[in-house]
Write a protein that binds this ligand. Structure first.
Ligand code: NAD
Length: 265
């Protein structure tokens, strides 16, 4: 076994699977991993958008494969990983596909609750289930983009918060189950990130944007690239001892009580 394999790192060119790659965080992660020379297998339910985002990608020598798949579709995921296996298997899964619906338990209806839980939580389970045999062979890693709403409550986000808490629990269990098999499992918990999802959430109440921005000690929301850099680090040699880590990436928002009025200039 090479020393690279000893460290749980791929011996050959990295094969990375990224979900939700047509937009926001997923697109940024895909670009970041392409930049470091990975072959990327990009998944989104919106194939037209995925094609338009990656139509003119300049990646000499690298494989860029685009797949239309819903992460709640077990059969599709199975077929997809069979194809990735035909390319030697997967070293790095970064799971970014996700949805948000606003509402308290009174406001949100049962269908919307089921939809959010299905995509965010069951989708993570199905992706991990299909990826794990291949990850075990390549001693790879699985990173889920959870949320700050996976470690604490968020008013008006009952279903989303429940789903992301589920993702955090699932990742911790996966780290314990599969760490001994050489697969590292971690979650990134961003605060607000400037993506189309955020625009959609603030569409009805644009003034919320300024309000919430003031709650971030660093004074700004994250950019998709901030998340992509952390995902790249976790799956790099420098991150090879990270397993079961639930990492806040929120400019300090969950560090404790914060008053923007008392913030130093
Ligand atoms: P986005 O809406 O910009 O992108 C999400 C992508 O996932 C879209 O391309 C969409 O088509 C795809 N997708 C949605 N459901 C899918 C499904 N069932 N199967 C396959 N693809 C699907 O959102 P984003 O802001 O980039 O969010 C990425 C992840 O980060 C999500 O899990 C989200 O919950 C999480 N997150 C976002 C924020 C934020 O403020 N934007 C904060 C914390 C966590």
């Amino acid at each position: 076994m090479s020393s690279q394999q000893d460290m749980g790192l791929p011996a050959a060119r990295e094969n990375a699977v990224i979900t939700g790659a047509a937009s926001g965080i997923g697109a940024a992660v895909a670009r970041r991993l392409l930049d470091r020379g990975a072959n990327v297998f990009l998944i989104d339910r919106d194939i037209d958008r995925l094609r338009s985002v990656f139509a003119n990608v300049d990646a000499p020598g690298e494989t860029v494969k685009l797949f239309q798949a819903d992460v709640t579709d077990n059969a599709k995921l199975k077929a997809l990983f069979a194809e990735v296996d035909a390319h030697g298997g997967v070293d790095n899964v970064v799971h970014c596909a996700g949805v948000a619906r606003l509402g308290t338990v009174i406001e949100i209806d049962e269908a919307s609750f089921d939809f959010v839980l299905d995509v965010n939580l069951k989708g993570t389970f199905l992706l991990a289930k299909n990826a794990m045999p291949s990850l075990m062979k390549r001693r790879g890693c699985f990173t889920a983009i959870a949320s700050d709403a996976g470690t604490q409550g968020a008013s008006g986000y009952a279903a989303y918060c429940a789903s992301k808490h589920g993702v955090v629990g699932l990742i911790k269990s996966m780290a314990l189950d599969h760490g001994p098999q050489g697969v590292r499992c971690n979650a990134i918990c961003p605060g607000f990130v400037e993506t189309p999802m955020l625009d959609q959430l603030f569409a009805d109440n644009p003034s919320d944007r300024g309000f919430y921005e003031k709650t971030v000690p660093l004074g700004r929301f994250a950019r998709p690239n901030d998340v992509a850099e952390l995902a790249a680090f976790i799956s790099s040699p420098a991150g090879s001892y990270l397993n079961g880590a639930i990492i806040a990436l929120d400019g300090g928002s969950t560090a404790g009580y914060f008053s923007s009025a008392s913030a130093a200039d």
